[in-house]
Write a protein that binds this ligand. Sequence first.
Ligand code: PEP
Length: 253
Amino acid sequence: MRKQVAAANWKMNLTYQQAEQLITDIINTPHTLAAHQRAVFAVPFPYLTMVADKLKGKNGAAVSAQNCSSYKSGAYTGETSVEMLQSIHVEYVVLGHSERREYFHETSQLLTDKVNLALQFGLTPIFCCGEALSIREAGTQNEYVANQLKESLFHLSADDLQKIIIAYEPIWAIGTGKTATSEQAQEMHAHLRSALANQYGQEVADSISILYGGSVKGANAKEIFSQPDVDGGLVGGASLKADEFVQIIQGLK
Ligand code: PEP
């Protein structure tokens, strides 16, 4: 079975003390992860080692960075390289979140560079894609989102592609309380999987986890995740509440 993943995206929230409390509360809220399930915590850079230390020995749980530099190393003040992340044993990195594409002008080419570096240093990219409301209203979302994959991922070998997790996040559903219906999520996920199959073959496409993101919460996670091509979620707001996020973890297939 494909990996089923509940990924928390804490964004630029919480003080160190609040972050410590939140991860402690999550750990202390009873839950289980089966062998094919993962709970991933994309936390601010300064909290990566603290959260990783708290998660030590917890099977299936790991930390993720929310971004990395597109440069390998050197005179890039304020940047964080994938090599730095690797050296503190970070396993995942979220790339191409719509907030980074919009507010920090991240392009497909820049994301290609980040994806390549992440893979070179052994991190798993959680690659985000998704359309704005205007694109959904124009009915061109399937082509638009498949093109985002094509532009940043389709240069990869099949082996490397299989190391990636994809997160489909319709921008109109992020932080708005407006969730895509499970049918809308399934339709897009099936479309993306068939785009992957056309390029890499069905077996490769079937091995890739595609997460849904956009106002997932405890109450709707199980139903969305029950769709055949939805392999878990990338969760913003609801990942900041221990009981909500644990309910989301428990909603994984
Ligand atoms: C996100 O930022 O990745 C996200 C899905 O946010 P929210 O769950 O708050 O919509």
